[in-house]
Write a protein that binds this ligand. Structure first.
Ligand code: C2O
Ligand code: CU
Length: 488
């Protein structure tokens, strides 16, 4: 039987190993600030190998945390303070970003914006409170298209004080890889074609770092499945066959429990979903989980393999709603309004012209934008936010949001591609799509935009600092699709 559980160190092992090195690498904690609820971890970014493709393939050289793929699961409880010493054993600079966690700006892990990059051989300690419970993850924010693409990422779970009752809780970190026939990593990271199209979509899909075969379940069992999409570019649309998944959280934030629209659990890169899965098929049977996101490219991700012995005959009737997180509620009546338009990429000119009529200044003269694109041989810009393709490290804010005020950001995807758009430091409500109010007003930190889609998000800008705002298709981000929001 294939065990999906991350081969993580136990909590105790983590604490012990962190304590063992703390004398040298970490500043001693002041007795006055020492609290019993500071949870200490250590992550070492370095080279490793992993059995990604099934045998008889050999293992694949990767970059990873603590020699494991995915990196160790960091699991703490809501309200605890987290301290993670990150040691860089790579040959290049790195940082760690705590994706989706509302941490202070200085702990956000964006090189040159919130901290100096961690040089090879150096250690940087991140420390912040876990204000929200939920399913999060961590990954580098330096040359992410290659560092994440080679395997640097891991789950970060913040438990509710009062979690929903289930028989088993399981984390699936989804990713994909572009491997050669001999299971070596294809080295074409950041190539121009990937950047202009849909990013580095791989040819080998994994759950927790392995190509899965079966996942063992029992009839009547209730599982809380924490799904994390850690892929550079692949979007998943999971079909659980005869099962009826109930979504209870998106991007870590609780949502009214509901069956996903269209039946598919859709996850763009960096997105998470917590799903309650009742195992309702027959004992001894097998049900395939199919990824149907890309038309005509559906494939079997894994089989749910039922044990011959049921756990119980019927699904339990335990409540599934999660307690809310302490998020400030935006006030739409007083909210400031901001417009953000994404364009560029392959076929960008066509979409711009099509949408031009209602795109304001941006759309009136697409040749301006295209001029920018023509110049891309030296600028590298392929994707634009409000007409600017980000370059280099130092970024002036594209938008300043008055602190502690509500804001609505109207976003237009004037491209022919999907984009998972991520804002650091905040969660936002998705309040409308194409002019229609959303049913669940879901809190997200990463929202998947379809080609030509317009949507509105709303938030209270309560976290001061300069925050990245970017597409989480990491090749798009590298090719200009990022900017900075200043909260001041
Ligand atoms: Cu998951 Cu800016 O990152
Ligand atoms: Cu994108």
């Amino acid at each position: 039987m294939f065990d999906y559980r991350v081969p993580a160190l136990t909590r105790r092992a983590f604490i012990t190993s962190a304590a063992a090195v703390s004398a040298g690498a970490m500043l001693p904690l002041q007795p006055t600030t020492y609290a019993a609820d500071i949870r200490q971890f250590r992550l070492r970014a370095g080279l490793g190998r992993a059995q990604i493709a099934p045998e008889p393939h050999g293992d694949t050289p990767i970059w990873c945390y603590d020699g494991s793929l995915p990196g160790p699961e960091i699991r703490i409880r809501q309200g605890e303070r987290l301290r993670v010493a990150v040691e860089n054993k790579l040959d290049e600079e790195t940082t760690v970003h705590w994706h989706g966690l509302r941490a202070p700006n200085a702990m956000d892990g964006v090189p040159h914006l919130t901290q100096a990059p961690i040089a090879p051989g150096e250690t940087f300690a991140y420390e912040f409170d876990a204000v929200d419970a939920g399913t999060f993850w961590y990954h580098p924010h330096h040359r992410s298209f290659e560092q994440v693409g080679r395997g640097l990422y891991g789950p970060l779970i913040v438990e509710e004080a009062d979690p929903v009752r289930v028989d088993r809780e399981v984390t699936w970190v989804l990713s994909d890889w572009r491997l050669t026939k001999t299971a070596e990593m294809r080295e074409d990271f950041g190539n121009r074609h990937d950047m202009m199209h849909n990013g580095r979509v791989g040819n080998t899909v994994t759950i927790n770092g392995r190509v899965p075969d079966v996942f063992q379940v029992r009839k009547g069992e209730r599982i809380r499945l924490r799904l994390i999409n850690a892929a550079n570019a692949r979007i998943f649309g999971l079909d659980f066959g005869s099962h009826e998944p109930v979504v209870i959280a998106l991007d870590g934030q609780p949502i009214d429990p509901h069956a996903p629209e269209s039946g598919l659990v859709v996850l763009g890169p960096a997105m998470r979903a917590d799903v309650i899965l009742d195992m309702t098929a027959a004992a001894g049977s097998r049900v395939s989980v199919i990824d149907r996101f890309y038309e005509d490219l559906e494939f079997r991700l894994v089989d749910l393999a039922y044990d011959d012995n049921p756990l119980r005959q019927k699904a339990p009737d335990w409540p599934v709603a999660l307690p809310p997180n302490p998020l400030p509620e935006p006030d739409l009546a007083s909210a400031g309004r901001h417009e953000v338009t994404f364009n560029g990429g392959m076929m960008g000119a066509m979409v711009m012209q099509e949408m031009g009529g209602s795109m304001g200044d941006m759309g009136k003269d697409p040749s301006d934008q295209m001029g920018g694109m023509m110049g891309m041989t030296h600028s590298g810009g392929i994707w634009f936010i409000n007409g600017v393709a980000a370059e280099g490290h130092i970024m002036d804010p594209m938008l300043t949001l008055a602190r502690d005020k509500s804001h609505v950001i109207a976003m237009t995807n004037a491209t022919a591609w999907h984009h998972p758009i991520h804002l650091h430091g905040h969660s936002f409500r998705v309040i409308s799509r194409n002019g229609k109010r959303t049913r669940y007003r879901e809190w997200q930190d990463t929202v998947l935009m379809s080609p030509r889609e317009r949507l509105e998000i709303a938030l209270v800008a309560d976290n001061a600092g300069d925050w990245m705002f970017h597409c989480h298709i990491l090749e798009h981000q590298a090719a200009g699709m990022m900017g900075v929001f200043r909260v001041a």
